[in-house]
Design a protein around this ligand. Structure first.
Ligand code: SF4
Length: 366
């Protein structure tokens, strides 16, 4: 029996990341077909999206990740820092425009006080109690614990109490310690990132997990990254934790402009689609696979739906991080365009909330 069949029948744990990287040697359509069968059995032809607003309150950063084009301490010539009122205003506008979620992540500001973060989330929740606050990547949480010498449990509980509803998946980059050291030395290491998400899940909360790929990593590093996430989700299942866990896995394509990483050639579309398909095959215990259109490009994100993905992310409204590094995502996408493109590709657009509850299916809308 071949490797793919062994993996599909559940023998994943018997192989090392290097051995599993041989999945990339399979024909793209064979991998895609296996991944598509899994996504079809979970979600049929549905493609999920939400109405959301990305807000990045500051790009002034105490860290110096090599791959980053967003931080003002690197090549971004426009440092900025929003006041709490400015953030609240954006959230209110987004809500009035139909957003159900605000996605708030920022650089590691060197002088903001701890209370600033709590006040900001409280102010947003007070102004728009109905909106879901997805905020604070694990690396940001780690930064707060180190900067203010606070226990992790306290920071996490304070954020929840201030109104944070779920954690985004950012800051995971690549877990392999050696690659990570080159990419983002100084930021939360892999164990710390995973520990923060484990604690979050233990409290009955949901989060996402990203993987930055297409830079200096090798294929087996991607597999190792996926297996570490798989293992955490498996432990949750074994502990019978019904409430918390990873909702979605989000492979992010490294963007090449305006940063200091000497990356090899950009991966081909075929390599990207194989990565999506392998993620769907290996991470069957994480329900959703997101093709984040702001990173992959809208067209490739749509194609990825045939290779295991079931989600596009949202309308975003304004995007700062991927676009700073060259992605064509600055102005988001309208809800109408999102629905049209998904339907045009032969899928069923389903508007969801942040926790993947289905709000509206656009199957019948022409
Ligand atoms: S990735 Fe985040 S932590 Fe790293 S330099 Fe950029 S903004 Fe700062």
């Amino acid at each position: 029996m071949g490797l793919l069949d062994r993996v599909l029948q559940g023998d994943i744990d018997e192989f090392s990341p290097v051995e599993l990287a041989k999945l990339y040697d399979y024909d793209i359509y064979e991998l895609g077909s296996a991944a598509y069968s899994i996504r079809e059995s979970y979600f049929d032809r549905k493609v999920f999206f939400n109405i959301n607003r990305h807000i990045n309150p500051t790009n002034i950063c105490a860290d110096v990740c090599k791959f980053c084009a967003f931080s003002a301490s690197r090549k971004n010539p426009n440092p900025y820092s929003m006041s709490i009122d400015e953030v609240v205003k954006l959230c209110v506008n987004a809500y009035n425009n139909g957003a159900k979620e605000v996605h708030i992540v920022a650089a590691h500001h060197p002088t903001h006080e701890y209370q600033h973060y709590l006040d900001m989330f409280r102010a947003v929740k007070n102004a728009v109690p109905q909106i879901h606050i997805k905020a604070m990547g694990a690396a940001e949480i780690d930064y707060l614990t180190r900067k203010f010498s606070l226990p992790l449990e306290q920071v996490v509980n304070d954020l929840i109490e201030s109104g944070v509803d779920s954690l985004p998946g950012g800051g995971a980059e690549i877990f392999d310690e050696k690659v990570r050291k080159t990419l983002c030395h100084g930021k939360a290491n892999a164990d710390r990132w995973l520990t923060i998400h484990k604690l979050w899940h233990k409290l009955g909360k949901m989060s996402n997990a990203t993987m930055l790929f297409g830079h200096i990593e090798e294929r087996h590093h991607r597999i190792d990254h996926m297996l570490r996430l798989r293992s955490i989700q498996t432990s949750l299942e074994q502990a019978n934790n019904k409430a918390g866990g990873f909702n979605a896995f989000i492979p992010l394509l490294y963007q090449r402009d305006n940063n200091f990483l000497k990356a090899k050639e950009a991966p081909t579309a075929q390599e990207i689609l194989k990565t999506m398909a392998i993620a769907r095959i290996l991470l069957q215990n994480i329900p959703h696979l997101k093709a984040y259109w702001a990173s992959l490009s809208f067209n490739l994100a749509i194609v990825a739906q045939e290779f295991g993905a079931d989600d596009m992310d949202g309308t975003i409204e304004y995007e700062s991080i991927q676009s700073a590094a060259g992605a064509k995502s600055r102005n988001g996408v309208s809800k109408e365009e999102m629905i049209f493109q998904i339907k045009d590709a032969g899928f069923i657009p389903v508007e969801r909330d942040s926790l993947y509850n289905e709000l509206h299916s656009y199957k019948e809308v022409s």
